[in-house]
Design a protein around this ligand. Sequence first.
Ligand code: ADP
Length: 733
Amino acid sequence: MIFRSRAGEPLRHDARVLSVLAAVIALVVFLIDAFTPLDIAIAVLYVVVVLLVASTGSRPAAILTAWSCAALTVIAFAMSHDEHYSGGALARCAVSLLAIATTSVLALRNQKNTATLQEQLQLLDLTHDAIVVYDMNDLITFWNHGAEALYGWTAQQAIGQPIHELTQTHSSVSLDEIRSEMLRSGRWQGELQRVRNDGTTVIISSRWALWRDAKGKPRAVLATNNDVTVRKQMEGELQRQKDELRATIDAIPGMVWSSSSDGRLSFINRRWNELGVTLADNDGDIWRSIVHPDDYSAAQHAWNQAIATGMPFENVSRIRRSDGVYRWMHIGAEPLRDHAGNILRWYGVNTDIEERKQAEQALERSEAFLSDAQRLSRTGSIATKLPDGEMWWSDETYQIFDYAKHVTPTFRLILERSHPEDIALVRQAYQQSLAGAPFVDIEHRLAMPDGSVKYVHYVAHLAASQSAHPEYVGALMDVTEGRVAQEALDRSTAELAHVTRVTMLGELAASIAHEVTQPLAAIVTCGDAALRWMNRPQIDLKEVGQSINQMIRDARRASDVIRQIRAMAQKRDPSQAILDLNAIVRESIELVRRELDGHRVEVDADYACPPPQVCADRVQLQQVIINLVMNGVQAMSGITGRPRELRIRTRRFDARHAQVVIEDSGTGISEENAGRLFNAFFTTKAEGMGMGLSICRSIVEAHGGRIWAESQEGKGAVLQFILPLDEGTCHEQ
Ligand code: ADP
């Protein structure tokens, strides 16, 4: 049996034609039967009429036709035979009626069977699947609604067409192979690509079944087709996304993995392969083979804990690379849970932290170095965040302040340790830093709980900070030892200066004696004169008064000289005062006047105008000038043949300094000696101590000045020093 198309409009048209044809045949048969004297059973031909009407498929029409034909047979019989019936005629009429009845019954039964089959065929239209039947020449014989919807051709258009040409069937396997497979097994299923009526391409999932007739001869193929284009596209998209995800996971610079809920590895990304690990090794314990033996048990313990508790897993271990080198890695994993909270899988990443580890170790090392250096140098660090003043102290800072390390560092703690006299200074520096001063530099004292005093030097600068808030980074240095040593040095320098002064006074004894005895002699002379004026008969009080005034002036002069000598001989701490530099130079020259005269030295003094004001210790300043003058005198003592000239000048050196220049015409200073002139104990004199210039330099430098010598050998020397001009900052004592 070969299926034919479903009934439709054309079939209704055929029915009408058949009905008309049947009516015409019936009429012709009736006319012949009724009006011709033929002795044949012409009425038998009514079966053709019945069959024609029955073939239209209408049961009532078929029944009506059967009865009508029977009636026409009887009527024709009656009309053609009057009341004389021959036996033959009756027999022909009976045969005709029997033939009509038999044909009608068979036609009706056939019609019923056909209707049943038609219904079954219509059922095939209900399915969404596209069902197509084609014969062994690939010509379509059945095309259901599903096929119409899928391919876009109506059954009428499709039936009779070669299926594969119509739909441009394309398959990964050749059609011949498919056909032979189907002939062999009776079935085939697979995917085909076809082109629809509208030109679009569809992917079809097709299942074929071969129908053989009773003799086993292949007669037709029934194909059930489903459009899987969307599913295919989705599968393709899914695959693309999977590939993309996989590529992304492979690109992650870490070893990505997942494991079953019991911890067995089920996925590893490409990085693992770079380590020489594949999942094929999963029979053994991959972790044991790659984690450093020293780290393995701790890592395994942590992993077992995580699996048991479901808490996220974290561990740092050394992992072996394929070249055998171990690298530090951070291993982290999170569980994936179902709705009920049961762990489905674990997802983990091993991140290479070798560089970080090395940096940490380097940091630890440098922190250790720094802490050692801080301890040895007694220097602590203080970081202060602005604007709230949050602080961080290094260990050595705690040590310097003598606070326990757990104490939170604050400015209040610093104030508590600050010496009461320095609190204002410290507070001021702190305010400056809060106000954003770029640099803070203070030295102050700390009053420690045990009653001792520490000297600290704090230097801080505003650091370029990564965060939004600026930060002061500072160093706090315990300078107590240096301070104490400096004070001791200052003391011994002062003592040395005193000793050299006394020595110098010894050298100047003759001058001094002259300076004192000369006014004393003048006083005696004036006293004698006054007495004489008084012993006259007429006392000349005016002369007496003049003599007494002279005496007072000379006595004052002697007392001044003695006061100066005493001051120089006295052992006392230096004291600062605003001094007229010109006056000091003048006084000093007066003190050594006799030495100058004794050595026939001509003094040429030239004083700056206005007189420069300096902040200095009077006695020390005199000591420097006298020392330089005496050195000049001594350098000229052996000179003959040229005038012994000593030029003394005061002048402004620059906007902030005054200068004293003492120039002689003595021996000068050799190049060799020039470098060590100011060294202690350097002397070229048989009786010399070699301390004079060394003391001069320490005095000048202690006053914030500088001293130096210039000379051309044989032409005399120029010794000069500068001192800062008083700028109103002198703390007179
Ligand atoms: P002293 O006078 O006891 O030698 P000083 O320190 O005052 O010690 O001087 C050191 C040396 O510097 C002197 O011995 C001398 O050689 C040299 N000197 C100092 N001043 C002069 C000068 N004006 N001209 C030449 N040499 C000088």
